[in-house]
Every structure is written in C-alpha cells, then in structure tokens.
Design a binder for this molecule. Structure first.
Ligand SMILES: *[C@@H]1O[C@H](CO)[C@@H](O)[C@H](O)[C@H]1NC(C)=O
Ligand SMILES: *[C@@H]1O[C@H](CO)[C@@H](O)[C@H](O)[C@H]1NC(C)=O
Ligand SMILES: *[C@@H]1O[C@H](CO)[C@@H](O)[C@H](O)[C@H]1NC(C)=O
Ligand SMILES: *[C@@H]1O[C@H](CO)[C@@H](O)[C@H](O)[C@H]1NC(C)=O
Length: 495
C-alpha cells in the first residue's frame, strides 16, 4: 500500500466511523469540485472529433467488415461525436503480408488452429475496396519487415488509388521487435533506433515518389525512448514525408504469464500519471506541425490476463481517452485483434463487450459539437476523476463527468462518495445524471453492466433498453451527486 492510498484508506475509515456513529448504512466520503463557469476562464483544450478511434489487426480486417458490430458499434460513436471514428488497419500481421495484385480474395492465408494469427499471408486489391467502405479516416499499415520495397510500393499505390478516406500509410509495425534474421536487418548488422530511423527515412523518400507525403511514422511500442532521441531528430528534413506520428501503448501485459491487475488499470491517479509520459512525444510532433496518435492501444497485451473484458476495463477506456487527450494525444486507436480470440475487443462475432460501454459513455460525454473543449477539474492524485466539457469556444460548460475509480471487487461493502459540484448557474434548479454501473468491477457485459439503469447493447451493437436520467435538484449553484466505487456518471448541466 502506498502512503497515498494508506491515507485515503484512513480517511475512508474515519468517514465510515463517523457515518456509522450517525447510523447511516454505507461508508461515505464527501468531495467538492468547482465547475469552471466559462470556457474562456478555463484551461480547456480542443478535442479531435475522432479522438476515440479503432485499430483492426491487418489479417482480420476483411473478416471484421462482415460483423454487424463493426458497422453498428462505429455508427453509434459517430452519432454521439458527429464524426466517424478513424480506423487504422495494421498490427503484427502487416509485417507478414505480401501484396498480390492478381489475388481476387481480399486476403489469403492458412492457420493451424482457429483463433491463431497467420505466419504469412497475401492480400489483393479488394482488401483496399473494403477499406474504401469505411466512413472515416483510414490508415493502412504496410510491410517493411520483409524488405520488399517494390511490393510495398505497389500496395501503397493501390491504397492511394482505391481508398477515398486514406489518411496515412505505415511502413512497418513496432520495428523495434523485428527478430534477428528479419530480411530488413542487413546481414551481420544489428538493428537499433538509428538504423530503424535511417530505414524509415529511406523508405519514405523512395515510396513518396509515387504516393506523396502520406506516411504515419514511428509506430513504436517502446516509444518515447526511440523517438525523442531517435526518429524525429534523425529524420531531419525528411520529416516532410511524414503526415502523422504514432506510438503504441498497452498499460499492462499478460505476456509470458505476467500478472495483470484491474485495480491498478482503472485507478484514476494511475491513468493520469501513465498518460503524462506521452506529452513529450505529442509536443515534439506538434512542434513540427504533425498530429500525434496512440495508433494502437488497449488494456493488456497477450490475451489481457482476464482483466480486459471487464466493466473495470470499460471504466479505464473512458478515463484513458480523456487523459490521453489532456496529455496531447490527438487520437487513441483501440486495437481489435483476432475475431473470436480477443479479450480487449469492443465487439466480437455476436457480442458487445464491456470495454465498449466505456467507449460509448465517454463519447456521449464529449458530445457531437465539432468544437468540443475538455478540461479536468480534479487534482489528478485521488481516486475521483472529474471533467467538464464545453460545446464551443465560448459559453458555460455543457456536461460534467465524474468517475469514482475506487475498486469494488464484489466482496464487502461498496463505498460511496457524495460529490458536490459548485459554481453552477445560480438559477439552475435541476441537473440530469446518466449513470454507468455494474454489480462490480469484474462484471462482464450481459451480467448487469448498464448505462442509465437499463441501457445495454444487442449482439449486433444496437443500443437497447432505456438510458434513463436521474433528476437531481440544484440550488445556490450547487448539486450533489452520489457515486459508488467503480462507477461513473455524466451530469448534464443544461436541460
Ligand atoms: C492461398 O494460400 C495457400 C497457402 O496458404 C496457397 O496454397 C493457395 O494457392 C493460395 N491461393 C491463392 C488463390 O493464391
Ligand atoms: C517482391 O515482391 C514482388 C511482387 O511485388 C515479387 O515479384 C518478388 O518476388 C518479391 N521479392 C522477394 C524477394 O520476395
Ligand atoms: C461480480 O458481479 C458479477 C455479475 O456481474 C457476479 O457474477 C460476480 O459473482 C460478482 N463478483 C463477486 C466477487 O461478487
Ligand atoms: C449522500 O447522498 C445520498 C443520496 O443522495 C444521501 O442519502 C446521503 O445522506 C448523503 N450522505 C452524506 C454524508 O451527505
């Protein structure tokens, strides 16, 4: 237990004791947040309409286009945000794929066991026709690892010709992990940040001759180490070829039997400190006029260690998106892996998973204004997250989001915090509250995870049931909202 959490625990004990002395039922604490009265007096940042975006594993992309979840889960977010989520198609298997202009199928591969990813694959022009159907920006990850630049150039040319929404092309995925013996690694030579940067630069310069300056650069997982001292300075003037920068991010790993921890994942103060590491990279990209994305992200690698499909992971998605934006990340692309074998996916063959609830809820909070501005109103060092959004570049806040990240496993008493919002309009008489909750942090979709009391999603990702609002009275510019551990609410300030 850290000093901070010990103090929090003691505070909770004191609060519980006081509460019991007055014969109330649950452990309770009280917190107050002043809501900024105007965007002009706040430090609110503007938010990309596609802040919450999607990454789809390269070989699985054609399969995803056949799932109703792919259409409807994305359409729901588009309705809430007023813009389609961007899609990045890529991942480990982009570096195993060869383009075959004569292949009539979108992809061709064989796998030994269902749920595996192929060791090699080919893809044809119809792969790009499918990508052309996507409603928003599309980024496609092509192969560098196999060191066949003419094959990748052919694919790049077809992508530019065939994909209307094409935003950028990646050349290689997480190249720091290219195995010794990869064709791209010169025989007898090592692979380092410097050699990779030289390789990216050479490939950009060569392939740009027929497709233009359209590359998504970096694409490292162990970003920022490689890129602050590596790629960006080493590119020099070749940064002209770069359209966007991407780093990958997984806060936890279940690889090689490593332990995962849901309480740590969903901790608000933990999310605040984790996302801060990306502000250096975001600032370096922005200083050069480029956008910076977490181009592939999700909760935990290698199967998710059991925590990834839970409601707690949904709460993590919600808070992580907001903190990512505040750290300067323009978009976060949540990775969807092998269909039928993907713990952290938002949707599967015929199901919608708990992380999607967080994606939906945070999109509802951010809203559909193209001028959405976001600010954090808590201190970032407790278990309570609090944010306000504004719908434009002037005027009062439209909504507040409150997150009680205290972990509730299902055992013992579920603690409650009563949060008082102050500085609301003095003539405000009521606020409406939409609550996202579940029996506990480990709950799965279909086992009591709800938005607004009765709102869930059908297997096809249609919003079903009623997302009801709780009406809470306000007076003197104040309103009090009660939140259980492992729960979040949106407070709508205007009726
Ligand atoms: C598809 O790939 C298999 C190997 O996995 C190969 O035998 C077959 O010829 C390929 N089909 C086409 C149409 O290229
Ligand atoms: C590179 O790709 C081209 C097709 O674009 C193919 O003809 C050639 O055999 C490939 N080279 C190697 C070394 O695999
Ligand atoms: C958590 O909630 C689920 C229902 O969503 C329930 O099945 C499970 O038993 C609960 N866990 C505990 C420890 O009570
Ligand atoms: C917290 O809020 C609940 C519900 O509004 C109320 O019943 C309870 O008395 C409040 N507790 C405290 C300590 O203010």
């Amino acid at each position: 237990m850290t000093l901070h959490s010990r103090q929090a625990y003691l505070r909770l004990l004191v609060a519980a004791t006081v509460t019991l002395a007055f014969a109330f039922a649950n452990a309770q604490t009280v917190t107050t947040f002043a809501v900024p009265t105007s965007v002009l007096t706040s430090t609110a940042i503007s938010v990309d309409p596609s802040l919450l975006s999607i990454s789809i594993e390269f070989f699985a992309f054609p399969g995803y286009t056949e799932l109703s979840g792919t259409t409807m889960c994305l359409a729901n977010i588009q309705t809430l945000r007023g813009a389609a989520p961007a899609v990045r198609i890529g991942g480990t298997t982009q570096d195993r794929a060869s383009y075959d202009a004569s292949l009539s199928a979108a992809v061709n591969y064989t796998i030994a066991v269902p749920g595996d990813a192929p060791e090699s694959l080919t893809y044809g022009p119809s792969f790009f026709s499918l990508a052309n159907e996507l409603p928003g920006d599309v980024t496609i990850g092509l192969n560098r690892q196999l060191n066949n630049i003419s094959n990748t150039q052919d694919a790049a040319e077809q992508a530019v010709k065939g994909v209307r929404g094409l935003l950028a092309l990646e050349l290689g995925n997480e190249p720091e992990f290219y195995a010794a013996g990869s064709p791209i690694i010169p025989p007898g030579e090592g692979w380092s940040p410097t050699t990779d940067a030289a390789s990216q630069k050479g490939w950009f310069s060569s392939i740009s001759s027929s497709v233009g300056n359209i590359f998504q650069a970096a694409v490292y997982l162990q970003y920022p180490t490689w890129s602050t001292t590596g790629l960006i300075p080493l590119l020099g003037d070749a940064i002209t070829f770069v359209k966007t920068f991407s780093g990958h991010s997984y806060p936890q790993s279940a690889c090689g039997g490593a332990a995962t921890n849901l309480e740590t994942l969903m901790s608000h103060s933990g999310i605040v400190s984790y996302t801060k590491q990306y502000s250096t990279e975001a600032n370096s990209a922005h200083a050069r006029g480029k956008r910076y994305f977490l181009g592939e992200t999700n909760s935990a690698t290698c199967g998710g260690g059991g925590i990834s499909p839970t409601f707690g992971a949904g709460l993590w998605v919600m808070d992580y998106v907001l903190q990512g934006a505040l750290a300067g990340v323009d978009r976060l692309y949540f990775h969807q892996g092998t269909i039928g074998n993907c713990a952290y996916c938002f949707w599967g063959e015929d199901s919608v998973l708990a992380p999607y609830y967080g994606a939906f809820f945070v999109s509802d909070f951010l809203g559909s204004s193209p001028k959405t501005r976001l600010t954090m109103i808590d201190s970032g060092d407790s278990s309570i997250g609090a944010y306000a959004v504004f719908s434009g570049s002037s005027g009062p806040p439209a909504r507040v989001l409150l997150y009680n990240s205290e972990y509730f496993s299902g055992l013992g008493i579920r603690s409650v915090v009563n949060i008082t919002l102050t500085d609301l309009g003095s003539d405000l008489e009521i606020v409406s509250v939409k609550r996202m909750t579940a029996p506990n942090a480990t709950s799965l979709a279909g086992a009591g995870v709800t938005i607004g009391g009765g709102g869930t999603f059908s297997d096809e990702c249609a919003a079903t049931g009623t997302q009801a609002l709780e009406v809470i009275s306000a007076s003197g510019g104040m309103a009090e909202v009660s939140l259980h551990a492992s729960e979040a609410v949106i407070v709508y300030l205007s009726i």
